[in-house]
Design a protein around this ligand. Structure first.
Ligand SMILES: NC(=O)c1ccc[n+]([C@@H]2O[C@H](COP(=O)([O-])OP(=O)(O)OC[C@H]3O[C@@H](n4cnc5c(N)ncnc54)[C@H](O)[C@@H]3O)[C@@H](O)[C@H]2O)c1
Length: 354
């Protein structure tokens, strides 16, 4: 089998994780990098020492015919790039969120299916061993039926973070705030544990960053799942210091387990594993920890899990099977985020489509 030819589109901060993972994968080669800011594509190419650089994606597709395209650009740009890539016959691994609107996500899912190519979406936190341990324990019946969930996201962001990249903080270029950008990772875990959501009630607000962002910096919501399970979501980017994130699940047999990520980017641990017969408790809090590491450190700590998901995706492509996290799977968290926005706007409980 010849190596998969992989192109990276969007050569900003997170593209390094994709390129590192592809570079390390035995049966893939980095063949092209694209960014309208060509210097960024050149810098990434130089770091890995291989591949052509482009400022225009259509030209890249025409000249390189990549087998796989990794999309690492701001949220509302994903659809155009995904549609162009799949029309050219490339499989696509897109950064989260796949889209900022469900209709847009559906168009990408349909286009990939019609073109006969695979569409995967990055939610690398599902590859944390602590998260997989909960999913496996649910599958093994150790929680009976999961009936209660909690998702708490208390991250620290400041003015400099929002002003560093012009696309952040605006509805038109980011599509949302703490829910759409950061919270969606943990909402994805919540629904991975509890199954499809049925109704959502939520409120969003902007308490601390309002002088320089228009999207929400804080949100709360309650979710009812089709199984009957209930959950709360609390997300903010105003915590100072940042306090990481936590997702927990309780079963109707009383078993509870949670994962805590602290500081942000640190692989989560099962801080509570109160499963009958196998109880373990870990207290991760240490005041000496740097609770607000720089984004580069956060991304570096996430690297091994990006790598696991990129490997899984490339292995799926080589084996001609669907990736673990495809467009449909990735749309569930987006559906909950969009429902929180709608509920906050209308003041009503939102019933989700199947
Ligand atoms: N999975 C994770 O943990 C994680 C972490 C950080 C970011 N992300 C996601 O990755 C994506 C990018 O985030 P980032 O922090 O790297 O942003 P960034 O601003 O650092 O990089 C984005 C890059 O895309 C380029 N770009 C913009 N429009 C483009 C286009 N049409 N074609 C090609 N390139 C284009 C920009 O010039 C920039 O270099 C977002 O979807 C974000 O949510 C995911």
């Amino acid at each position: 089998m010849s190596a998969l030819r992989v192109a990276i589109v969007g050569c900003g901060k997170i593209s390094v994780n994709h390129a590192t993972a592809v570079h390390a994968f035995q049966d893939a080669e980095l063949t092209a990098f694209c960014d309208p800011e060509l210097g960024r594509a050149e810098a990434l190419r130089d770091r890995f020492g291989t591949g052509a650089v482009y400022s225009d994606f259509s030209t890249l597709l025409a000249e390189q015919s990549p087998d796989v395209v990794c999309i690492c650009t701001p949220h509302p740009t994903h659809e155009k790039l995904v549609l162009e890539a799949v029309a050219a016959g490339a499989h696509v691994l897109c950064e989260k969120p796949l889209a900022v609107e469900l209709d847009s996500a559906q168009r990408m899912i349909d286009a990939a299916r019609d073109a006969g190519v695979r569409l995967g979406v990055l939610f690398q936190r599902r590859y944390w061993p602590a998260a997989r341990r909960i999913r496996a324990a649910i599958d093994d019946g150790l929680f009976g039926t999961p009936v209660l969930g909690e998702c708490t996201v208390q991250l620290g962001r400041d003015r400099a973070y929002f002003e560093a990249d012009a696309w952040r903080g605006k509805w038109s270029t980011e599509g949302g705030g703490v829910l759409m950008n950061q919270g969606i990772h943990y909402i994805d875990l919540l629904q991975w544990f509890l199954g499809p959501a049925r109704t959502v009630t939520g409120h969003i607000s902007t308490f601390r960053h309002g002088d320089y962002i228009e999207v929400e910096d804080t949100a709360v919501a309650t979710v009812e799942f089709t199984s009957g399970a209930l959950a709360t979501i609390r997300a903010t980017s105003i915590a100072a210091p940042g306090l990481g994130a936590r997702v927990s699940v309780t079963g109707d047999n009383g078993a509870t387990a949670s994962i805590t990520e602290f500081p942000e980017g640190q692989p989560a641990c099962n801080d509570v594993w109160a499963v009958p017969g196998q109880e373990e408790y870990t207290l991760p809090w240490d005041p000496a920890i740097d609770s607000d590491p720089p984004l580069s450190a956060i991304h570096e700590r996430l690297m091994p899990y990006h790598r696991l998901q990129v490997e899984e995706f490339l292995t799926a492509i080589a084996a001609d099977r669907a990736p673990e996290i495809d467009g449909v799977s990735a749309s569930h968290a987006l559906q909950i985020v969009q429902a929180i926005y709608e509920s906050s706007r209308t003041g009503r409980k939102v019933r989700l489509a199947d």
